[in-house]
Design a binder for this molecule. Sequence first.
Ligand SMILES: [Zn+2]
Length: 421
Amino acid sequence: MAVQKVFPLSCTVQHYAWGKMGSSSEVARLLASSDPQAQISEDKPYAELWMGSHPRGDAKILDNRISQKTLGQWISENQDCLGSKVKETFNGKLPFLFKVLSVETALSIQAHPNKELAEKLHLQAPQHYPDANHKPEMAIALTSFQGLCGFRPIEEIVTFLTKVPEFQFLIGDNAAAQLKQSSNSDSQSASSALQSCFSHLMKSEKKVVVEQLNLLVKRISQQVAAGNNMEDIYGELLLQLHQQYPGDIGCFAIYFLNLLTLKPGEAMFLEANVPHAYLKGDCVECMACSDNTVRAGLTPKFIDVPTLCEMLSYIPSKDRLFLPTRSQEDPYLSIYNPPVPDFAVMKIEVPGSITEYKVLAVDSASILLVVQGRVTASSPTAQTPIPLQRGGVLFVGANESVSLKLTVPDDLLMFRACCLL
Ligand SMILES: [Zn+2]
C-alpha cells in the first residue's frame, strides 16, 4: 500500500506571557474553530501556534491509521517525502517552522545572526545561542500588525534628535553631530555614524536611561493631558512601551527603527542582522529552524548589547515591505519568496464562487493552514477525504497534489509554507 503523504495535524500552542488573552487571540480562535473540543481559557495568553516538527512543539498526526504519532517521527521515517533537494540540502529535516503569532505586548528588540556568526556564538556561548543555524524570519499580517524593522532614513533620526532632547542626551552631542553631518555624505560614513549613535544609546548607563525616559514620559503625558497631539514623536506608542517595559532602553528604539503597520496580507522579511521587534497584532510567521536571537531591549531575557551593536546592518532605508509575486500558473496564488533557501510562503485566496481548487504539487514537503473557509481535501494517497475548516492544518508530502472541494460558498484563504529550492 502506498504511504499516505497527506494528513491533518494538531499543532502546539505556546502560552508565552506576551500573547493575546483568550479568545481575543487569533491563535486561540483558530484552535477553537478547528477543534470543537478545545477549551479556551480567557485568562491565559495564546501567543504562538507551531506548525512543524520542532522538538519543543512537534505537531501530532490526526490520523490513527498512521503508525507514527508526530510529524517529526513521520518525517524521519519517510524522508523522501521532504522532496529530493530538500532532503539533501537540509540533512533529512524539515528546514522551516511555520507559526501563527498573536502579540499583545511588544517582543524584544532583536536581530538574528547569519550562519557564520551563529556558528561562532554557539561555540562561545551555547547557553545563550543554542544552535549553529541562522534564523531568517518573515511575518505576514493576518490583522493589522505593528512592528519595528530596520533603520530609518538618517533624516528621520536627525529630526527625532531635535524633537526629543532626551534621546539626543543619551546619544551624546558628538555622535549626534556626526550623524547630522553624515546625511550629506557617502553611505559608508552614514553607516558608521549610525552605528556610533546606536551603540552610544544602547551602552548608556541604566540609571541615566531611566532618568531620561522618565523625563520624556512626563513631558509627553503632560502635553497629552493638555490636549496636545504628540504623534510627531510617537507619544502614544512611547507611553505604551514604557508601561509594558518601564525604564527599558528599548523604548527609545522607536526613534531609530522604521515603524510599520502591516495590513492583512502585507509582509516584512527579517534577514540576518536586521534589527526588529514585533509590537502588536496577529500574523503568520515562517522561519528557518533555529533559536538564535540576539536581544537588546524590551525584554527580561538575556541581552547581549556588544554582539548586537557589532553585528547589525546599519543600512538606513524606508523601504521595508516585502512584496509577494503573483503566480503565472494559478490566478489565486501569491508567493512570498525571500532570498534564503530555507522557506517560502504561499497565500491562496479562492473566491467562494469556485467549487473546486487544486493545490499545486511542489518538490517540497509543505504545511497548509486554512484561515478562512471550509473544504474537503483529497489526494491520490489519502484513503478518505479530509475535512478542513478555519484553523485546520494539513501536511502535504513533496510532489503530492491535493484537490480541495469548497463546501461552503465562503471565500477561502490559506497560507502554505514550503521550500522552493
Ligand atoms: Zn526575530
